[in-house]
Design a protein around this ligand. Structure first.
Ligand SMILES: [Zn+2]
Length: 343
């Protein structure tokens, strides 16, 4: 199977005519799809222009997916959260210290309603082709060991809502040290908000496609990150998700890691009849040798990945997370997009 979709993320939604220029540049770079990063501020302030920007992308020939970017700091992303600004409660709580953290607890009805209302309004109004669930996660869940940080014992969430739900289900107080019940509880609750929202989105329009993108972790016996979506079978088997996607891997990580993650992503997607998606790091850091982009794309293709995506438009040019040669990296990704689509 060939790669049929080449996506690029895009933020800074405001004027339709400015977006149109950028969309043309994406088309020149071989992109078939734009992933619009919709922040809480965009939704609150630029809402009238969102459907117009989607319509313009369609008119120019791009598929459009909506990414509720960094909402509540529950999804990945650098922007600030209005939910956290306006709510001092409903935050994730450290299991070991009891500290309230600057991350919304997505197991509370307060955040679930907030998130769902935003997504359903966009589902009804925006006219997009689907949604992209972008690295949903529990805060700092670097329990026991992590490939992106040191070993740690702390985890979230032990807020009053999670503690009560846990007690009601298991009949004893939620422990401070993670056990198997806590792991199962966290997986189940984490999936609920996305499944419930995805189901309701599909009730609005069954054609709206849902991509669930989880962290690209090894999750082996020795190295596990308890992000809440690391049980890939649970995520990929969900009937409400259409595409199983795993996130960006930093260029400096070994080739074997890229291969391991990609092989398992494709296997997992196939096992449950979903499309698979792999990402390219198109911001912040770049490969020492730009030919690595070609090699990784070739590997993705060879291993049977259905869709490619990169973060972000113009290599993050003009932001603090720009790649050192941002425009060159963007061009390199564009070359590869055009190359794989021709096959
Ligand atoms: Zn909680």
């Amino acid at each position: 199977m060939a790669i049929t979709q080449t996506a690029i993320s895009y933020y800074g939604l405001n004027y339709v005519e400015h977006a149109a220029e950028d969309f043309r540049e994406m088309l020149d770079h071989g992109c078939t799809t734009v992933i619009l990063a919709v922040t809480e501020f965009d939704f609150d302030f630029w809402r009238p222009n969102i459907p117009k920007i989607v319509a313009k992308a369609h008119e120019l020939g791009l598929k459009v997916l909506l990414d509720p970017w960094g909402i509540g700091k529950y999804f990945g992303g650098e922007q600030v959260s209005k939910f956290l600004q306006n709510n001092t409660e409903n935050r994730q709580v450290s299991a070991l210290t009891g500290e309230k953290l600057p991350y919304a607890c997505f197991n509370t009805n307060s955040f679930r309603d907030y998130f769902q209302n935003m997504c359903l309004a966009l589902g009804r109004e925006a006219g997009a082709d689907g949604f992209f669930w972008d690295e949903p996660h529990y805060a700092f869940p670097k329990s026991y060991a992590s490939i992106t940080g040191g070993a740690g014992e702390d985890w979230t969430c032990r807020c009053p809502v999670c503690m009560k739900k846990f007690y009601d289900y298991y009949g004893y107080e939620m422990p401070k040290v993670m056990n198997d019940d806590v792991k199962q509880f966290r997986w189940r609750e984490a999936l609920f908000i996305l499944e419930d929202t995805s189901r309701k989105i599909k009730e609005i329009n069954p054609e709206l496609e849902i991509t669930c993108c989880v962290h690209a972790t090894l999750n082996t016996y020795y190295v596990t990150e308890y992000r809440g979506y690391d049980n890939w079978d649970m995520v990929a088997s969900s009937p409400y998700f259409d595409v199983f996607s795993t996130t960006i891997i930093a260029w400096e990580l070994p080739e074997g890691f890229f291969e391991n993650i990609t092989r398992r992503t494709v296997e997992m997607a196939k096992k449950y009849g979903k499309k698979s998606e792999r990402w390219l790091m198109g911001y912040f850091k770049q490969p020492k040798d730009f030919e690595q982009v070609d090699k990784v794309v070739d590997m993705y293709e060879k291993l049977g990945v259905d869709r490619l995506a990169a973060w972000t438009y113009r290599g993050g040019y003009g932001t603090v997370l720009a790649a050192p040669d941002a425009l060159k990296l963007w061009d390199k990704i564009g070359e590869n997009y055009k190359r794989v689509l021709k096959k």
